[in-house]
Design a protein around this ligand. Structure first.
Ligand SMILES: Cc1cc2nc3c(=O)[nH]c(=O)nc-3n(C[C@H](O)[C@H](O)[C@H](O)COP(=O)(O)O)c2cc1C
Length: 379
């Protein structure tokens, strides 16, 4: 299938699946343990109904959304996804470029395969940086300094990885650093010559933001091993307070699900919270973000800017999250499928699909501008 023919995010997912060997596709797709969190994310959105209102003038719809001090063209952005370069060489910067062109935010992963400086150059006004705290705090402080020097507006601290989670697909496939593919994963990979050729040509992609702290001249596998000795680190409220002091610009905490944690983060003075269960990739028994959102919204109201990710595949999902109190929504897999399937045109396509779905559903429910959204539009 050609990228132009994709009509929804599921089409992009299928195209990505065809192009990638199982060992790589499963890393994107997989959850943890029994993958109930993945199911819960989908079921969480399926549980809600949008209640349409008719006889409203919807001849003009405006999906622009204000977030912090900027107006974005749509109410969604791109969540941080590590190792993107393994699925498509250069994918991090393709995501950044497509986001900037579409005027939506792009969060570079703390395990990205391009550097903070390159993201800032590609998307100077749209790139944010997501920090995975290192055991050696000097490394984290230096990454924060780099983000500041590069001019990024927003730092995102991911807090939902106290330990590495049990990703059973990866264990079975032998997804590791360096890769130790099982025989069956290796045999299956040979059926994806396009990806294999790219991998052989470029080798293992480099965790660019970590290279400076590993031994000089270290290759990609050594840098990956070094990063794996530094993360996950223990992160506490006290660390959050010190990051608040270190980072004067917008500070966002990603991965909060409990109302009291949201209240505490707001008290510390963070600017935003991404309500997230990490796309079902950390705690399999965690609630779906869309279930946690209204409880958190009731607890913190507008004291802190609420955002959401996990399980978003449709424009309507984004609108439902906005009805339940999110100001903004992020997608992880949706745009990554696009990058894996077709590179930059694939990311652009994913953004266009979501944008078009938002536009149509806004008209269908009689809501020409996002400010009007609220629980009244839900059944
Ligand atoms: C392949 C992949 C890599 C990810 N890497 C990171 C990461 O480096 N940092 C992070 O905070 N979240 C990471 N996430 C989680 C996403 O930021 C996001 O929370 C999740 O993908 C949202 O769910 P969705 O994929 O259903 O949209 C990753 C997710 C995927 C699928």
């Amino acid at each position: 299938m050609k990228i132009d023919k994709a009509v929804n995010i599921e089409d992009l997912r299928r195209m990505a699946k065809r192009r990638l060997p199982r060992i790589a596709f499963d890393f994107i797709e997989g959850g943890v343990e029994d993958e109930r969190g993945l199911e819960r994310n989908e079921a969480g959105f399926a549980h809600h109904r949008l209640m349409p209102r008719y006889l409203v003038d919807v001849s003009k719809r405006d999906q622009s959304a204000k977030l912090f001090d900027r107006v974005y063209a749509s109410p969604f952005g791109i969540s941080p996804t590590g190792l993107a370069g393994l699925f498509r060489r250069g994918a991090d910067l393709m995501l950044a470029e497509a986001a900037a062109a579409a005027n939506i935010p792009f969060i570079m992963s703390g395990m990205s395969t391009a550097s903070i400086e390159a993201a800032a150059q590609t998307a100077p006004s749209h790139a944010w940086y997501q920090l995975y705290v290192a055991r050696d705090m000097k490394i984290s402080e230096d990454q924060i300094r780099r983000a500041r020097d590069a001019g990024l507006s927003t730092l995102v601290l991911t807090v939902d990885v106290p330990v590495s989670s049990k990703r059973e697909r990866n264990m079975r496939n032998g997804f590791a650093t360096p890769p130790q593919p099982s025989w069956s994963a290796l045999a299956e990979a040979l059926m994806h010559p396009g990806w294999i050729a790219e991998y052989l040509r470029h080798g293992t992609p480099l965790f660019d933001n970590w290279a400076a702290y590993a031994n000089s001249g270290a290759d990609a596998n050594t840098v990956a091993h070094f990063a794996s000795t530094q993360t996950p680190a223990t992160v506490t409220w006290r660390d959050l307070e010190s990051f608040r002091r270190l980072w004067p610009r917008h500070l966002v905490v990603k991965g909060i699900l409990h109302r009291d944690d949201a209240i505490h983060a707001a008290e510390i003075g963070v600017d935003g919270i991404i309500v997230s269960n990490h796309g079902g990739r950390q705690l399999d028994q965690a609630p779906a973000s869309i279930e946690a959102l209204p409880i958190i919204h009731a607890a913190v109201g507008d004291k802190v800017t609420l955002m959401l990710d996990s399980g978003v595949r449709r424009g309507a999902d984004i609108l439902m999250a906005l009805c339940l109190g999110a100001r903004f929504v992020f997608v992880g897999r949706a745009t990554l499928y696009g990058a894996a399937a077709a590179g930059l045109p694939g990311v652009r396509k994913a953004i266009r699909i979501l944008r078009d779905e938002i536009d149509r559903v806004m008209a269908q429910i009689g809501c020409p501008s996002l400010e009007q959204l609220g629980p009244d539009f839900l059944l």
